[in-house]
Design a binder for this molecule. Sequence first.
Ligand code: OGA
Ligand code: MN
Length: 225
Amino acid sequence: MNLAHTTYSGGDTSLFESISNDIVEKGYSIRPYALPEDLTCLLLQHIIELPTDKFKRAGIGRAKGHMINDFIRTDEISWITHNNPASCAWIKWTESLQAYLNRRLFLGLFSFESHFAHYAKGDFYKRHKDAFKGEGNRVLSVVVYLNQQWSADDGGELVIYDKKSRISTVVDNSQIKVIPSFGTIVIFLSEEFPHEVLPAKRDRYSIAGWFRLNNSIANNIDPPS
Ligand code: OGA
Ligand code: MN
């Protein structure tokens, strides 16, 4: 099946609606096993077949401020482009989500960037935010997980810190732990939620992406491609 030509617009409407309601209510959405299964399989297949030299140590900060920091994060990443059918299908799915969220929430999401991430045994990403007020054009963070049969003993949970949270998935009234299971989708407002990845005890595969605002000013087109 050629998923690159699938729009998902019909099939995912109720998922997109749930995500959008979650964001309005809480600022984040956690949807276990929600990514279409055929798409999740395609992405997993792609990521495990990616040659290791396509992955690079992830840094922190952008452009000139970019640096590798072993104390903050140790994962490896590979930026996603339209160079294979799995990535095309993923980008297409995020475009449908973007269109839906712009229609329902008037978020003004303009572009999307994402990367595959591989956490080997022992890898982590310490508490951080994906965007900072004032600086930010990253509005919404999206993470999906590609790990089959992930058990509680495998570590690698995503911890989201939410000061305001009152719901039952909360462990100690401020931490929400997400098991990085196959097809689970996590979406949150990039400036609002500090989060971290606990050390993984086995190979952990995910995609992290960000919807951004249009920061074009004068003749500077953003993104600059
Ligand atoms: C990130 C990130 C979370 C995860 O890449 O910025 O927070 O669970 N990833 O992989
Ligand atoms: Mn992050």
